[in-house]
Design a protein around this ligand. Structure first.
Ligand code: HEC
Ligand code: HEC
Ligand code: HEC
Ligand code: HEC
Length: 454
C-alpha cells in the first residue's frame, strides 16, 4: 500500500515526492503496526522493508539516496540467512531433528532461535513470516518504533539507534555480539556436540570475513561516512576475535554446559583432536598448551589469533592471556585445577582487550607486525589444528583487504594475494587439512609481509 501512495505522490509533484512519501509512510506504517501488534518493539516483517522506494529496488548504485536500496534483493537472492528457515525443512534439517527426537525442526524452538526471527507471537506484525528466516529485523532490530521515523528520512541514524531500537550494526562490538549470538551461541541458543552428532554442520565464524561474504549489502563511501563511523576491516577482525574468545570461555565456565555422562561438553574441543584418521600421524608438541599426546584440547584458535594481536597492541594483556590459556588447557585436558575460575579470568581479559581494540587506531606498522606474527605462528605446531589455520587465513584476508583500501603497490598486493590463495588452498576442507601445506603457505605470507615493509 505505501508504495502505491508514493507513486501517486511522485506523479503529482516530483519535488515533493520524497517528503510526502515519507510522511505518508510514517503514518501508514505506524497505524498499521499499532493496530496489529500492540508491542512497540514489534517485528513488522521483511515485507515492510522491501518496498521498491525503500530497500526493495533493483538499483546497484546509490543515486539520490544514501544507501543502494537493493538490500532486500541482495538478501533474498544471495544471502543464506533468507533460507535459514527453509533448510530446517530440507533433508539435513529433518535428519538432525529426527536423530534428536524433537519433532519437526521447523517447529522446534531449539532450531528456530537461530534459524528464524523467533520473537513471541505478541511481537509479530502483519507482514511477519517465520519462513522469512533470518530477516532484516533480526540484525537491525524490531522496527515497531523506528520504521516510521526512519522511513520519513527526517530522523538521524544515531537518534534512531539511541531512542528507537535500531541496532548499531556498524559498531564492531555490537556487531560481534549480534552475529556470535547465533554463530557461536549465547545464553538462549547453543549447539551441543549432541546436536553436531545428529548431523549439524560445524560452526565457523570470523566477523570481518562473514560480514563480507554474507554478502555485504552496504557500500562504505562518503555518503556512508557522513552518517556512520566506518571501522577498518582489520579492526572488525581484531574485535571479533576478542569477543569470540570471551563467549567461548564464558560458555566453558557455565555449569549448564557440563556435558554428558563422564564426558565434558565436547563441542568446546578441537573437532579434529578426535575426528581424524589414526593412520596419518600428525600430533605435534605445542608449547602453548603444554599437553602430552593422546589428549583432546579445547579449540583455542581465537586465542592463538589474539596472541599475535595483543603482542603488538596490548602486550601486558597478551602475556596474562597466554599464561591463563595454558592453565585452561592444563585444567580441562589434564585435570590440573578447576577450569571455571580460569575461564572467567580469560573472559575478563578478552573483554578488556575487546574494548581496547575497538578504540585502537591500527597503523600500517601494526598490520604488518600482526601479519608477520601470524605467518610465523602458521609455521609452528600452533597451526596444526584446522580451526587455527582457518582463522589465520581469514585474518590474512582481512589485513590484506585493509592494506589494499589504504593503498599498497600493485606488486606487493599481488604477492600477498598469491600467498593468500595458497592459504585458501591448504584450508579448503577440514578433512583434507595438511598442516605442512599451510606452513609453507604461511611462509609465503611472511615473505610478502616482510617485503612490504622494505
Ligand atoms: C546457536 C545457533 C544455532 C542453532 C541452535 C541451530 N543452528 Fe543450524 N546453523 C546455525 C548456523 C550459524 C549455521 C551455518 C553454519 C555455517 O555455515 O557456518 C547452521 C547451519 C545449519 C544447517 C545447514 C544449512 C545449509 O545451508 O546447508 C542445517 C540443516 C541446520 N543448521 C539445521 C539445524 C537444526 C535442525 C537445528 C535444531 C536442532 C539447528 N540447526 C539449530 C546455527 C544454529
Ligand atoms: C545477518 C544480519 C543482517 C541482516 C539479516 C540484514 N542486515 Fe542490513 N546490515 C547488516 C550489517 C552488518 C550492515 C553493515 C553495517 C552498517 O552499516 O550498519 C548492514 C547494512 C545495511 C544497510 C546499509 C546502511 C548504510 O548506512 O549504508 C541497509 C540499508 C540495510 N542493512 C538494510 C537491510 C535490509 C532491508 C535487510 C533485509 C532485507 C537487511 N539489512 C538484513 C546486517 C544485516
Ligand atoms: C538469528 C541467528 C543469526 C544471526 C544473528 C546471524 N546469523 Fe549468520 N547465519 C545463521 C544461520 C542459521 C545460517 C545458516 C543459514 C543456511 O545455511 O541456510 C547463517 C549463515 C551465515 C553465513 C553463510 C555461511 C556459509 O557457510 O556460507 C554468513 C556469511 C553469515 N551467516 C554471516 C553473519 C553475520 C556477519 C552476522 C552478523 C551481522 C550474522 N550472520 C548473524 C544465523 C544467524
Ligand atoms: C573428545 C572427542 C570428540 C571431539 C573433540 C569431538 N567429537 Fe564429534 N564425535 C565424537 C564421538 C565419540 C562421536 C560418536 C561417533 C559414533 O557414533 O560413531 C562423535 C560424533 C560426531 C558426529 C556424527 C558422526 C556420524 O558419523 O554421524 C559429528 C558430525 C561430530 N561428532 C562432529 C563434531 C564436531 C563438529 C566437533 C567439534 C566442534 C566434534 N565432533 C568434536 C567425539 C568427539
Amino acid at each position: 500500500m505505501p508504495v502505491r501512495v508514493c507513486r501517486l505522490a511522485k506523479s503529482l509533484a516530483p519535488g515533493l515526492h520524497v517528503l510526502c512519501c515519507a510522511a505518508l509512510l510514517w503514518i501508514a506504517l505506524h497505524t498499521h503496526a499499532l493496530a496489529q501488534a500492540p508491542d512497540t518493539d514489534a517485528h513488522l516483517g521483511v515485507g515492510s522493508c522491501a518496498g521498491t522506494n525503500c530497500h526493495g529496488a533493483a538499483s546497484t548504485t546509490k543515486s539520490k539516496s544514501a544507501v543502494i536500496q537493493n538490500e532486500y534483493l541482495v538478501w533474498q537472492r544471495y544471502d543464506k540467512h533468507a533460507h535459514a528457515f527453509t533448510v530446517l525443512q530440507g533433508d539435513l534439517g529433518r535428519r538432525i531433528a529426527a536423530n534428536l527426537g524433537i519433532g519437526p525442526a521447523d517447529r522446534a524452538p531449539e532450531c528456530l532461535q537461530c534459524h528464524a526471527d523467533n520473537v513471541p507471537a505478541a511481537q509479530r506484525g502483519v507482514q511477519f513470516h517465520l519462513a522469512d528466516g533470518v530477516g532484516c529485523e533480526v540484525c537491525h532490530g524490531g522496527s515497531g518504533r523506528w520504521l516510521g521515523p526512519h522511513a520519513s528520512g527526517l530522523v538521524k541514524h544515531a537518534e534512531l539507534v539511541q531512542n528507537d531500537g535500531l541496532y548499531p550494526t556498524e559498531n564492531p562490538v555490537a556487531r560481534a555480539k549480534l552475529c556470535l549470538g547465533c554463530h557461536e551461541g549465547d545464553e538462549t541458543r547453543f549447539i551441543t556436540h549432541k546436536i553436531m552428532g545428529a548431523g549439524h554442520p560445524r560452526l565457523s565464524f570470523e566477523l570481518q570475513t562473514y560480514t563480507q561474504i554474507e554478502p555485504a549489502h552496504f557500500v562504505v563511501d562518503d555518503k556512508y561516512r557522513a552518517r556512520k563511523v566506518a571501522s577498518p576491516a582489520v579492526q572488525v577482525w581484531a574485535v571479533g576475535q576478542a569477543w569470540a574468545l570471551e563467549r567461548l570461555v564464558g560458555e566453558i565456565a557455565d555449569p549448564k554446559h557440563g556435558g554428558e555422562g563422564v564426558f565434558p561438553e565436547l563441542v568446546f574441543f578441537d573437532c579434529q583432536s578426535c575426528h581424524h584418521t589414526t593412520t596419518e600421524l600428525r600430533w605435534q608438541k605445542r608449547a602453548s598448551t603444554g599437553l602430552a599426546p593422546g589428549l583432546p584440547h579445547f579449540n583455542d584458535a581465537n586465542a592463538v589469533m589474539l596472541r599475535a594481536i595483543a603482542a603488538r597492541v596490548a602486550p601486558g594483556l597478551g602475556r596474562s592471556l597466554e599464561t591463563d590459556i595454558r592453565s585452561l588447557h592444563q585444567a580441562l585436558s589434564a585435570g590440573a585445577g578447576r577450569p571455571a575460575p580460569i575461564a572467567l579470568r580469560i573472559a575478563a581479559t578478552a573483554h578488556q582487550l575487546g574494548d581496547e581494540l575497538a578504540a585502537h587506531d591500527f597503523t600500517q606498522g601494526d598490520m604488518r607486525a600482526m601479519m608477520i606474527a601470524l605467518a610465523q605462528t602458521g609455521q609452528t605446531s600452533d597451526a596444526s589444528d584446522y580451526a587455527a589455520a582457518e582463522q589465520a587465513t581469514m585474518a590474512f584476508a582481512s589485513i590484506i583487504y585493509t592494506l589494499k583500501v589504504q593503498g599498497v603497490s600493485a606488486g606487493r598486493y599481488a604477492a600477498m594475494r598469491a600467498a593468500l590463495e595458497a592459504c585458501y588452498a591448504a584450508t579448503r576442507t577440514q578433512d583434507a587439512y595438511d598442516p605442512a601445506a599451510f606452513a609453507s603457505a604461511s611462509g609465503m605470507v611472511e615473505r610478502a609481509a616482510v617485503a612490504d615493509g622494505e
